[in-house]
Design a protein around this ligand. Sequence first.
Ligand SMILES: NC(=O)c1ccc[n+]([C@@H]2O[C@H](COP(=O)([O-])OP(=O)(O)OC[C@H]3O[C@@H](n4cnc5c(N)ncnc54)[C@H](OP(=O)(O)O)[C@@H]3O)[C@@H](O)[C@H]2O)c1
Length: 239
Amino acid sequence: MIFDFHDQVILVTGAAGNLGQAVSFAFYAAGGSLVLVGRWREKLVELFNEQIPEDERGLYVTADLSAESSVAEMVRVVLAHYGRIDILVNVAGGFTMGTAVHETAVETWDFMLNLNARTTFLMSRAVIPSMLAANRGKIVNVAARAGLAGKAKMAPYVISKSAVIRLTESMAAELKDHNINVNCILPGTIDTPRNRADMPKADFSKWVSPAALADVILFLASDAARDVHGAALPVYGCS
Ligand SMILES: NC(=O)c1ccc[n+]([C@@H]2O[C@H](COP(=O)([O-])OP(=O)(O)OC[C@H]3O[C@@H](n4cnc5c(N)ncnc54)[C@H](OP(=O)(O)O)[C@@H]3O)[C@@H](O)[C@H]2O)c1
């Protein structure tokens, strides 16, 4: 074990997803107490019941992270349970592409901005006051390589992940003097079942694995990254 997260409370959004599971298992293996956030409790129970049981080191909570009241209520429940959140990992997010800007439905624009940028904003906004009160904390956001530059037929996604990078930088500037580190990672294509199904001819060995991304997230959440503020770390594998 490289990092030790004993006595630390780590909240992971999108815990039931591909990357969220890898991140949750990695923090748990490093001794952390996990708050697993998903949309459906049954899914969390099915995925985590055996390896991260609900006990003093495991708590399952549900929320729609794009809804302000749902996020506020969920964070209230977590703080009532653990008394603090030491580390927030904003993994929840998603992808869609396929239309040029002039053909893109307003619903698609709203969907991407809500799913990637609004969820990160709402979660961070809800958790930061408790970190400020504790004068310590770590926030790790999951943006994307695609957030670095515009691409054809991908504008809503690219812009939503660009927003996560800029949000990361803004929060880092606001919080660095309060012993709170805010950084993000930029995954390239992740080796997930969905990506394998969508791109069957690709060389999967070039993609970055969820476990490798989890290692980088643990580093950014650790004391080893105490002087890193506002970074957007590329984690592309060999693609
Ligand atoms: N896959 C890639 O190649 C890739 C590349 C670059 C960046 N990323 C980013 O990496 C992160 C994880 O990707 P992934 O492939 O692991 O995705 P995933 O398997 O689809 O997981 C995403 C998770 O977000 C949750 N979620 C979505 N909307 C939500 C909402 N309104 N409230 C609460 N939770 C919500 C989903 O919950 P449910 O389980 O309830 O559906 C799901 O567990 C995302 O931010 C993604 O944009 C992915």
